[in-house]
Structures are given as C-alpha cells and as structure tokens.
Design a protein around this ligand. Structure first.
Ligand SMILES: [Ca+2]
Ligand SMILES: [Ca+2]
Ligand SMILES: [Ca+2]
Length: 245
C-alpha cells in the first residue's frame, strides 16, 4: 500500500484545518455578538419640574453616548421602590409620565419636555408591561392601565408627552407601574447612541425614579445565533476532509 498520497493530503489537510479553525473562531465571535448586551444606565435629575396643569414631574437624563453600545433596540424600566415614596393603591410604584430619546442635551425639566424626540417608540404594540403590586388598600387596577389592568392605556398615560397631572384627585397623563412593576419599550428601529440622551419623567418627584433601574439593550430579544449554523457547516467540512484521508 502506498501512503505517499495520504502524506501529501495531510499537508493540505493541515492548511484546511487552520482555515477551518479561523472560521470557527469567527463563528464563535459572531455567536457572542448575536447574544446582545443589556447595560444599566445612570440617571441624573434635571433642575425644575414639568408636566400638566398641576406640574410635578421630575425629569431624569442619561447620556447614552457613553454606555459602550453603538446602537440600542430596547429600553426597560424596573421599579424597585418597594413601598418607598409616593401614594399607594392605584398609584403604587414608579409613576412614568414620559420617556424620550433626543439629541438635544438639556439641563432642566422644561427643556426635556420641549425637546424634539426621535420617533422610535411604539406605545401600543411595542410596549410590554408587567404590572407590579399595589399597596393596600388596593384599587381595581393600576392608574394608566387599560380595562384589563395588565397593559398600558396610552390614551391616559400619553407616554410620549411630559404632561402628567401630579395629583391623586384629578390624575392624568401617566402610568403607575406598581411595586416591582416592569415595562419594556422595543424601539421601531436600531437607534445610534452617538450624541443621544434618554429622558424619563416621574410624576410626584418623590424618589421613585431614584429607586428604579433602567436598562438599555442592543437587541429586542436574543436572536438565533447565526454563528452556531456556521460552526455546524465547518465541523461537517472537517469531518469530510478526515474521511478523504
Ligand atoms: Ca407612585
Ligand atoms: Ca404623559
Ligand atoms: Ca411618584
């Protein structure tokens, strides 16, 4: 039996294997990037308040150009005020007046309310709300929710406008998330973070934002890692090479 052809093929195989490993490394990197990232953002409170006729909305700002993500696809707010601050019942937890992404850099609440925002929010089908719990005595549902109490009624909350009426007597223009409530906004397009600011309004200015947490992500959900498919193809190719020798 002549083994020479196989020796020659082995050299070719080494080259092919090296290139295959490069493909595998690239596939692994792609899989990691496809998994997406979620980054907590630090907020600073702007001076003054804004809102409707009874204006008491505190506005908080985050500079998204410094978070390390080139673009974002979703924003999440998690209430963790846990019985601290504000009214109970239907007004429990973080009271969200508005959320805005803008390239205008504001120093006060009135500026944030007036700044032109990017049209990347869908406050109906792009908004996912998980209501938190109410402090006793409980009401039938949280303020700013629809008839089911489990989704935002944006005709009441108007989350694109800093227009909240900061009163429990004639409340309007905001959503109360409940204790430990969560809301996520899937943006309608990937949005570059270059020169971008996030503004969030909290009705009542009573510390509920300070106790909340805000995340931005470069994905709406974890997509199927394309890298794994590449890995499979490369592995199959390697197996075929081995069989040939
Ligand atoms: Ca509240
Ligand atoms: Ca509003
Ligand atoms: Ca509040």
């Amino acid at each position: 039996m002549d083994y020479a052809p196989c020796s020659t093929s082995a050299t070719a195989l080494e080259i092919l294997m090296k290139s295959t490993y490069k493909v595998l490394a690239a596939a692994a990197a792609l899989a990691l990037s496809a998994a997406g990232q979620a980054v907590p953002v630090a907020l600073t409170q702007l001076t003054g308040v804004t809102g409707g006729t009874i204006a008491g909305t505190a506005v908080y700002k985050a500079d998204l150009s410094t978070i390390g993500l080139a673009s974002i696809l979703s924003i999440g707010i998690r209430d963790n005020s846990s019985m601290l601050g504000g009214a109970g019942g239907q007004f429990s937890g973080f009271d969200l007046d508005a959320i805005k992404l803008s390239t205008t850099d504001c120093a006060d609440a009135a500026c944030a309310a007036a700044a032109v925002g990017l049209a990347v929010f869908d406050f109906t089908s792009g908004t996912i709300f998980a209501p938190g719990t109410q402090r006793l005595p409980a009401d039938p549902k949280l303020f700013g929710t629809d008839g089911s109490g489990s989704a935002v009624d944006n005709s009441i909350a108007r989350l694109g406008l800093f227009d909240g009426e900061s009163t429990t007597v004639t409340p309007d223009g905001f959503l109360s998330m409940g204790d430990n409530g969560a809301i996520d906004f899937n943006l309608t397009a990937a949005t570059s973070t270059a020169g971008l600011f996030l503004y969030i309004g909290e009705v009542g200015d009573n510390g509920e934002v300070a106790a909340g947490s805000i995340l931005v992500r470069d994905t709406t959900s974890v997509p199927e890692p394309a890298g794994l498919a590449l890995f499979g193809l490369a592995a199959a190719g390697l197996a075929r090479l081995r069989r040939r020798c």
